[in-house]
Design a protein around this ligand. Structure first.
Ligand code: HEC
Ligand code: HEC
Length: 174
């Protein structure tokens, strides 16, 4: 009888601890994997640069990503296509985002900075939630006010783009 009670107590205690651990974990379910590295490593040989590939072969309808052949079941297709299952959602989101954004970084910035992913890894990090330059810790939003004569609208556009890419390549958070 006593034994049974101890066991019950132990079970309750374990559930309680699991809850605490669960609640203290970040809400986002994103992996540690640098998605642009993954694409480069596993997909680029056949598909080239992810953004060029998305612009050329994929479309968006009602917020969903459609393939050329796999129109209604792209996530299912991706599950069976060179990709660990837990990364399907993140790669899907990456391709969707790339389709929704005009290739302005490529056209206006790549000449000096290569791709946005390469640039972000080399030069940027997060100070808390704020995308910043590694060199001075200044926010990218502030830095861009005196770079290339960008307008406020341009700055919003590039901060949003680089912030997304920064999360996709899993920049360190300081
Ligand atoms: C060995 C070559 C190869 C590799 C590596 C490869 N793919 Fe593909 N992929 C293909 C071919 C061939 C097709 C077209 C097949 C089809 O539509 O059924 C395709 C189609 C696709 C499509 C579009 C489907 C459509 O309906 O048009 C997506 C999205 C895709 N691949 C994503 C990826 C991702 C993400 C990776 C890396 C994790 C990857 N592929 C790696 C060969 C490859
Ligand atoms: C003609 C070359 C050139 C072009 C084009 C260019 N940049 Fe730069 N960029 C630089 C140089 C050089 C630096 C480093 C200068 C410095 O630290 O003040 C820099 C620094 C930056 C930084 C700060 C990161 C760091 O190095 O500390 C950001 C952010 C940035 N550029 C964004 C952009 C964006 C966005 C575009 C496209 C609109 C762009 N740049 C276009 C040359 C360029």
């Amino acid at each position: 009888m006593v034994r049974f009670k101890q066991w019950e107590f132990f079970k309750l205690f374990s559930i309680f601890m699991l809850l605490i651990v669960g609640l203290s974990m970040p809400a986002s379910s994103s992996s540690e994997t640098d998605l642009h590295w993954l694409w480069h490593d596993r997909c680029a040989d056949c598909h080239g640069h992810s953004s060029d590939f998305a612009q050329k072969y994929l479309r968006v309808r009602d917020g969903s990503l459609l393939g050329l052949h796999h129109v209604d079941n792209l996530p299912e297709f991706l599950h069976n296509h060179y990709l660990p299952g837990e990364l399907v959602d993140e790669v899907y989101a990456l391709l969707l985002a790339q389709l929704n954004v005009p290739p302005r970084f490529k056209n206006e910035c790549s000449g000096c900075h290569q791709t946005a992913a390469v640039f972000a890894r080399a030069k940027l990090d997060f100070q808390g939630d704020v995308l910043s330059t590694k060199k001075t810790g200044q926010s990218v939003a502030n830095f861009l006010k005196r770079h290339r004569g960008l307008t406020d609208a341009d700055i919003l556009f590039y901060v949003e783009l680089l912030d997304r890419v920064g999360r996709e390549v899993k920049l360190p958070v300081n």
